[in-house]
Design a protein around this ligand. Structure first.
Ligand SMILES: [Zn+2]
Length: 396
């Protein structure tokens, strides 16, 4: 950790030095900077024990094998205050009844990414300035998430102090963050798993409030910034992810702007685009970048969880990919890529919140859903139809 901070400080210093009165293009920099690698390696596969060079029965060196990483991702973790009220226990909060039921889909992933939409500063804030207890991070970690993207419109709801507390609460639990950061640290994230380097970028169209402190930053969508970040990270990682908080709320199809920007990201060599913010799912699309690279874009994963009173917002997508890499780290392609539905269940009065995989959701549960008392009742058939469209969109 110390090394990480030291490297980051040195890096920030180098960056500042490089920028002062100097309009060189980034590619002209002799040494491209990258965020320090967050060491969270899983143990590499055991190698055959070394034998002495002159041993008579030395075993042949095993052929290096391809490496497969499991990546999972969900959309907006929109923890409304009603979810926190429902999770109160003696002396604190317990969010495991909400997240626990889908743990089997996340745990064991090499990379599991959630868009943490509300500050986790320990307070419980209602709309429009949302916030939630740090125990949310305990539950996210317990079910297997290890990355939270923070560039989204609610992340400034509790100002710089709320952002700082959120980053501290997540990082303290081993959940790495991207997209919101101290101004002297990079917002991009680099993780290493099984020797494979994964770069993660996170940007938002904007924020609802200001941070009120120049020492903290939430990264914005800008062609200039993303091009600069991608040009630095791309050569230093084996797989590059861009989490984009973008698009029109409640629209089931991506806007022309999202589509054009997705192609731009593919052209920059981004391998995976994770869209969020519309609060409803928007389809997946396979793109080809100008370098001939294949890019998977999910325009919107929808809500991971929320208490929004519309059935379209109560179902979100969970992306599961197996990524194959050559022994030297070259990305060989998506071995599998699938989308599954996650339903936010609750009963009348915003009680008994729990996530269900769509395949585990039943007519009986749908009939008990709290939204039946609102204008748009829940129907299992509706969820199944929405998910069928998403599944079709990711099929090649
Ligand atoms: Zn949002």
């Amino acid at each position: 950790m110390f090394l990480h901070k030291l490297t980051a400080l040195l890096l920030a210093f180098t960056l500042m030095g490089g920028c002062a009165g100097d309009d060189r293009k980034p590619e002209a920099d002799p040494v491209p900077e990258a965020p320090p690698v967050q060491q969270e390696q899983t143990a590499p596969e055991a190698e055959a024990p070394e034998t002495e060079a002159d041993a008579p029965q030395a075993e042949p060196t095993p052929e290096p094998r391809d490496i497969t990483l499991r990546l999972t991702a969900v959309g907006d973790n929109l923890v409304h205050n009603t979810l926190s009220f429902d999770s109160r226990v003696e002396g604190g909060y317990d969010f495991m009844p909400i997240y626990g039921p889908i743990a089997h889909k996340i745990e064991g992933s090499d990379i599991a990414i959630v868009n943490q939409e509300v500050p986790l500063d320990g307070t419980v804030g209602g709309y429009p300035t949302l916030s939630a207890p740090a125990e949310v991070a305990d539950a996210l970690k317990a079910v297997g998430f290890n990355v939270a993207t923070l560039a989204n419109n609610h992340m400034a709801d509790k100002g710089a102090a709320g952002l700082k507390a959120t980053i501290e609460n997540l990082e303290a639990r081993g959940i790495h963050t991207a997209g919101a950061h101290a101004a002297d640290l990079p917002g991009t994230l680099m993780l290493e798993k099984q020797g494979i380097r994964i770069g993660i970028l996170s940007y938002t169209y904007g924020t609802n409030s200001g941070l009120g402190d120049a020492g903290w930053v939430i990264d914005r969508i800008s062609t200039e910034q993303i091009t600069r970040d991608a040009e630095i990270l791309r050569p230093q990682c084996d797989f590059l992810i861009a989490a984009m908080h973008w698009g029109e709320e409640y629209q089931r199809t991506p806007s022309a702007g999202q589509k054009a920007f997705a192609q731009k990201l593919a052209d920059l060599g981004v391998d995976l685009i994770l869209g969020s913010h519309p609060h409803v799912m928007q389809p997946a699309q396979w793109l080809t970048g100008k370098g001939g690279n294949e890019t998977l874009c999910i325009y919107s994963l929808g809500n991971f969880t929320c208490d929004q009173r519309d059935q379209d917002r109560m179902i979100g997508a969970l992306l599961t990919c197996d990524l194959t890499f050559a022994p030297d780290g070259t990305f060989l392609g998506y071995e599998t890529a699938a989308l599954d539905g996650v339903v936010t269940h609750c009963t009348w009065g915003s009680k008994n919140f729990a996530l269900y995989m769509l395949e585990d959701y039943t007519e009986e549960l749908a009939a008990q859903h709290g939204l039946h008392k609102h204008q748009k009742p829940i129907s299992l058939a509706f969820f199944q139809e929405r998910m069928a469209g998403m599944k079709e969109s990711i099929t090649r």
